[in-house]
Design a protein around this ligand. Sequence first.
Ligand code: CP
Length: 332
Amino acid sequence: MQHFLSTQDWTKSELDQLLLAAKRLQQSPWNERMRRRSIALLFFNPSLRTRTSFELGMHQLGGHAVVLQPGKDAWGIAFEESTVMDGSEEEHMKEVAGVLSRYCDLIAVRAFPKGQDWLVDRQDLLIHHLAKYSQVPVINMETILHPCQELAFIMALQQRIGSVAKKRMTLTWTWHPKALNTAVANSALLIGTRFGMDVTLLIPEQAYALDEQFMQQAHSNAQASGGSVEVTTNIEQAYRDADVVYAKSWGALPLYGQVQEEQKLREPYRHFIVDEAKMSLTNNAVFSHCLPLRRNVKATDAVMDSPQCMALEEAENRLHVQKAIMLKLLNA
Ligand code: CP
């Protein structure tokens, strides 16, 4: 049984087929290929795009989506092996996976890292436990990776610029008042290198480097695809001649869980905002972000409202790629 936990588990040819199917679904959104099929959407964290696009996507395919928010409108869920459940959680992932597998054909989960210990969170245990105990395919709606966002991004990029191989992609850290999840940055790094892009990761200082497991995967991807990866703290160098600028904010992993210390570290770096001056250094680059985005904090109004911004196309494509993923996982 195939899950959709990371694009790294899927071959390049399979990813290409998903993108092709997504483009067809964009042209022809409605069919009945999921008739009498259902998906459980487990949201441990808030969402606008993911929830809407999965619910509507299943509806457009003739199926049904059930939204559950563990700890809010569903019981809190423990997932560690052999845990003594004397805390706030009322049931274990073993039963949750077993029960939902009997009701539904697919299970999708959003479970952001807990933000206390990166050595624990980097193992992505919750979704891997869910996949282990589930009798039906599991889809990652964002944990420490955001693979649905990856495909939506690449689809939007292909629709804007055609073949993305050997195009220069700048993945820039941006300032934000809070230390955010690294998932989208990890994912952008993986999908860019997987599709043969020359990816430059722009960070304000070494503390904002991404986890070694994803850097290693990105280097392997680049070696296989003919792309490349480099890391820089030099803003001008990163933006110069870029074809694509992708922005995201994330927390410094060495200060993971140390909220105040991390805030102090990031304070001098507000100037990493994506603005017209930086974009003018590029090769008329397209700009994108996964959304939600704080305007005039991560990117200026001028950048967000420019014809170069494809963030809405990327968001739209979440609908199409997720429908393609659901259909593929069920061979529908
Ligand atoms: N990009 C994204 O996943 O958006 P939501 O958090 O609103 O689902």
